[in-house]
Design a protein around this ligand. Sequence first.
Ligand code: SAH
Length: 257
Amino acid sequence: MREDDKSIHEFDFKLICEYFSSIERQGPGSPDATLKALSFIDNLSDESRIADLGCGTGGQTIVLARNTTGHITGIDLFADFINIFNENVSKENLQDRVKGIVCSMDNLDFQDQELDLIWSEGAIYNVGFERGINEWRRFLKPGGFIAVTEASWFTRERPDEIDRFWNDAYPEIDIISTKVGQIEKAGYMPIATFMLPEKCWTDHFYALQVSAQEKFLKKYAGNKAAEELVAYQRHEAELYRKYKDFYGYVFYIGKKI
Ligand code: SAH
């Protein structure tokens, strides 16, 4: 198997997590994009309960916390990310209202109608977009919001190479109108959608990986799995440069009906 034929799912989970622990974010995004999405949400107060699902080390959670006043629970499956998350929260002195918990997003421990807002950047793909928006809806109060980013096609047709790559990595990738239809069908009003600007991928994600890759390769010199992981990330970044007109992350914001 050529390394660029290998899907991200086939790499050692621990190794992936270590690699991504060393960078500020574990997926494309930016403080500006988080704030823009937040600007569509108008039901928040000191009493609000917010969940950030697949929060990673908390890049976007800290932005959310600085710009809201309610309580935020960060959820991630990977304990090392949650440890870093809780350290970052303490550094910002936000520990009274922000807490990271190790838990899977497909087995959440919230009460029905407990939450005012469900946030999830670059992570809903772990359960799948349609399943996530449907399963998580019951945790929201009526009128509560969901705001997620999801890999989406920008055009109905695209070159084979990128079509194959994404259909292997995440077959649920689809055009924006399909995703909006799924939001409506799941019982939300589609409040807004916007494409994440290119710099969310380049400056805020791939550029940060360059020095992390060098350090990682030094630490794991001769380790084939580590070398393949870095090669995969470089390949993904190269594909983005080549095909960024055809796909990207889109923020979807819905309001529970
Ligand atoms: N929101 C962060 C991280 C995105 S990467 C950011 O935008 O930077 C995706 C995250 O989902 C990772 O932190 C990964 O550990 C987490 N994850 C993967 N499967 C999960 C699951 N089943 N439940 C909760 N989190 C999960």
